[in-house]
Structure formats: structure tokens, C-alpha cells
Ligand binder design. Structure first.
Ligand code: ASP
Ligand code: MG
Length: 403
């Protein structure tokens, strides 16, 4: 069997944990498997590199940031190779350049395009464990790029697809995917399995356990992922195309504080304004999430939408500078809001899921500011201070549903 295993930063945070990971990989290797291991930077190293860079230059170039970032993952794989060698097992560390992991050239947010598998196969043929740096690629001119924070998951899935691996295991500091963040919702349970679509929604909506692009890629290439703990041997969660159990109405609740609500007030009530507004935002690469249009007064309407917090100011500037002043009265920004979502592939065939969620929020006295739904998701916007309460309420409601 060819197994791709990925370990996150906390799993390789110190000497003891490095040896723990080394032993777990060696166990698979000794059973005769080919083992490819993807590692993240140790502990908080990536954050520390950012702090170090900003101390030198508050506005570092993105190319040099990526050059700097790659040292984090490179440290992990080199130390891991030494640990395995110390334990008597041959291992070799490879970075994105040595493997040749080709990516687009968008520094800090590159996408992997193609992975050369020759070097890896060559090393596996020599019966070595192959250690690959997560989170990085090289562009057309061999500049290092990175795949965005948390991107090592994506490296693992991309490698599993390119190598046609028999298994792709993502090891982390929690035991799998939960129905909600256990630190926020005390009744949260670990899921046995979850579909790509559900996982994609949860990852995008703020459940930090997997990088959303990694799920997208896994779905595209049909790579089955197991998410499990590096600290114990508990069974993890399987992420795959369809689950064997009957489709549940809802599988999880996610909360995300990284949202800002922009309201464009007193917009002229004439055809084409919504098009002009959102076209303007799209042309400026501003990603809009929930949209709400409400009936206004005197031939006007209000259009509200959400963006991530770091885009709030830019969004306001873009509208102020480009949207004809005669078309609206005012703009209002509110950053102290959070999104709470309930996700499940079974929602399509079960009416009343949204109503049940709203009832639970109402019972707990939580005010809903905006609502958005898709076939497998209901999202509400609430005040930031209500987020955890809302997550708990939604979780309670959906457990009722699951019975
Ligand atoms: N080290 C990178 C980060 O902290 C990539 C990763 O951990 O997946 O974002
Ligand atoms: Mg991660």
C-alpha cells in the first residue's frame, strides 16, 4: 500500500512529538507499506516568522514572505529525517523544488497545478520513507510560493492524488471532525464519516479542522481522507463522497467571527443597481457572502451583504470612490457580527430545518440579522457576542432532528 500521512504543527511541536510521529510512520513502513509524510512547520513557527518579518519591514514583499515561510516546513522535514535515521529507518526529506510541486505564481495563495512523482517514486523504490514539506510550491521561474495558511492539508491530498495513494491520513491535535467545535459546544460529538460537500461547507464556514481547498481537491480526485489524532489511536473521521449511513439532516454547526456587514442605505429603486454594485465589487476582487435586499422608503431600498473583516474598509472605499453618489444615501459598517451555520446533505429532502434553527435561536433570545441558505446549509448572521450561544442553540435543535 502507498500511504500519505500529514502531520500538523502541534503534532511535530517538540522533540518528543517528532519521535512520536517518526514511530507512527515507521510502524506503517515496517508492515511493508510505501510511506510518504507531509509535515507543517513546528508549533507556532509560521506565526513567529511573520512577526520576525514585520519587525524588519512592516510591509514585506509577498515573494520574500514565501521564501521565509518555506524554512518552517523545511526545518520539520529535515529534523524528522534525522529522527527516523536515529531510529534506524532510512528517510529522505524533500522540499517543493526537489519534488517539483508546480504551482501558480500567486504568492501567499498559490494553487498546485502539477506534481512530478518521479523523484518520490525513486526514493520509495529505495525503501525510504519520503518526507515532503507541506504548504509550498514553485512557480514557473522556480520561485517558492505558499498555498495559504493551513495549506499543508492541501499538499497531502494533492500528493495522494498524484501518487494514486491507497490512503490519505491527516493527523491533527483533535480526534476527527466534530459536529461543532468542542471548545464552544459542550455536547459536540465526533463524526464517523462526512461527505465532501458537507466538509467543504463546514471548512469554508469556519470549522478549522481541514483547509477548504484540500477538501475541494479530494472531492475532485476522489481521494478519501481520514482525519485523526496524532496523540492517540482513536478512530478518526472519514471524509468521502457518500456516507454509508442514511443521509442525516444535519451533520454540523460552524461559527465564524470573521465577518463584517456592509449596508448600502437608500439605494435608488431602479433596475440594474444591484448588478452595478456587485459587479463593481467583483471587479475589485471583493468576495461577497450573504446578501439581503430590503424594501426601503420613498422609492429606495437597502442592500446589505457580508465580507470578511479584513475586506471591510476596502469595500467601503471601493463603493465610495466608484459608485455614483446619486444612487445611494449612506453606507454603514458593522464588524461585531458572526456567522453561525448548520450544514447537512439531508436538508434538501427535509423541509423545516431552517424553521427549527430559527425557533431554537428565538428560544434563547438571539436576534437574527441576516439569513442565507443553500441546499445543504442554513447560515444566520448574529451579533458577535451571541455566537457561542447561537451555536449551542443550533446544535441542540439539530440533535432533535437527528433522532
Ligand atoms: N505552516 C503553515 C501554517 O501555519 C501551513 C500549515 O500548517 O498547514 O499555516
Ligand atoms: Mg490545519
Amino acid at each position: 500500500m502507498l500511504i500519505v500521512k500529514k502531520f500538523g504543527g502541534t503534532s511535530v511541536g517538540d522533540k518528543e512529538r517528532i519521535f512520536n510521529v517518526a514511530r507512527r510512520c515507521i510502524e506503517d513502513y515496517k508492515k511493508g507499506n510505501d510511506v510518504v509524510v507531509v509535515l507543517s512547520a513546528m508549533g507556532k513557527m509560521t506565526d513567529e516568522l511573520i512577526a520576525q518579518a514585520k519587525d524588519i519591514n512592516p510591509n514585506p514583499s509577498k515573494r520574500e514572505m514565501d521564501m521565509l515561510f518555506t524554512t518552517g516546513e523545511q526545518t520539520s522535514v529535515a529534523l524528522m529525517a534525522m529522527a527516523m535515521d536515529y531510529l534506524g529507518v532510512p528517510a529522505v526529506s524533500l522540499n517543493a523544488f526537489q519534488v517539483a510541486m508546480h504551482s501558480t505564481n500567486k504568492y501567499g495563495n498559490a494553487r498546485l497545478k502539477r506534481i512530478d512523482t518521479e523523484r518520490i517514486h525513486h526514493e520509495l523504490d529505495q525503501r525510504k520513507i519520503v518526507l515532503v514539506t507541506g504548504f509550498q510550491g514553485i512557480d514557473h521561474y522556480n520561485n517558492y510560493t505558499t498555498l495559504g495558511r493551513g495549506g499543508s492539508d492541501t499538499t497531502a491530498v494533492a500528493l495522494a492524488a498524484a501518487l494514486r495513494a491507497d490512503a490519505c491520513e491527516i493527523y491533527t491535535d483533535v480526534e476527527g471532525v466534530y459536529t461543532a467545535d468542542p471548545r464552544k459546544v459542550k455536547d459536540a460529538r465526533k463524526l464517523k464519516e462526512i461527505t465532501y460537500n458537507e466538509m467543504l461547507e463546514l471548512a469554508t464556514l469556519g470549522a478549522g479542522v481541514l483547509h477548504n481547498r484540500c477538501v475541494e481537491l479530494a472531492k475532485k480526485h476522489g481521494v478519501q481522507i481520514v482525519v485523526r489524532s496524532s496523540l492517540n489511536t482513536a478512530e478518526g473521521t472519514i471524509v468521502k463522497s457518500a456516507t454509508s449511513t442514511e443521509e442525516k439532516v444535519a451533520v454540523g454547526v460552524a461559527g465564524d467571527k470573521d465577518a463584517a456587514r456592509i449596508a448600502v442605505l437608500g439605494v435608488k429603486n431602479e433596475p440594474g443597481v444591484a448588478f452595478k454594485l456587485f459587479n463593481l465589487l467583483a471587479r475589485n476582487n471583493i468576495n461577497v457572502d450573504i446578501i439581503l435586499q430590503s424594501v426601503g422608503r420613498d422609492g429606495t431600498k437597502d442592500i446589505s451583504f457580508t465580507v470578511t473583516e479584513d475586506m471591510a474598509q476596502e469595500t467601503v472605499d471601493v463603493i465610495r470612490n466608484n459608485f455614483a453618489r446619486s444612487k445611494y444615501k449612506d453606507i454603514d459598517v458593522q464588524t461585531k457580527v458572526a456567522k453561525v451555520s448548520i450544514v447537512g446533505a439531508g436538508m434538501v429532502s427535509h423541509p423545516g430545518v431552517a424553521a427549527k434553527m430559527f425557533q431554537a435561536l428565538y428560544e434563547d433570545g438571539i436576534n437574527i440579522r441576516m439569513i442565507s441558505t443553500s441546499e445543504i446549509r442554513v447560515t444566520v448572521l448574529v451579533n458577535e457576542e451571541d455566537m457561542e450561544k447561537a451555536m449551542n442553540a443550533a446544535h441542540r435543535a439539530f440533535q432533535l432532528e437527528a433522532e
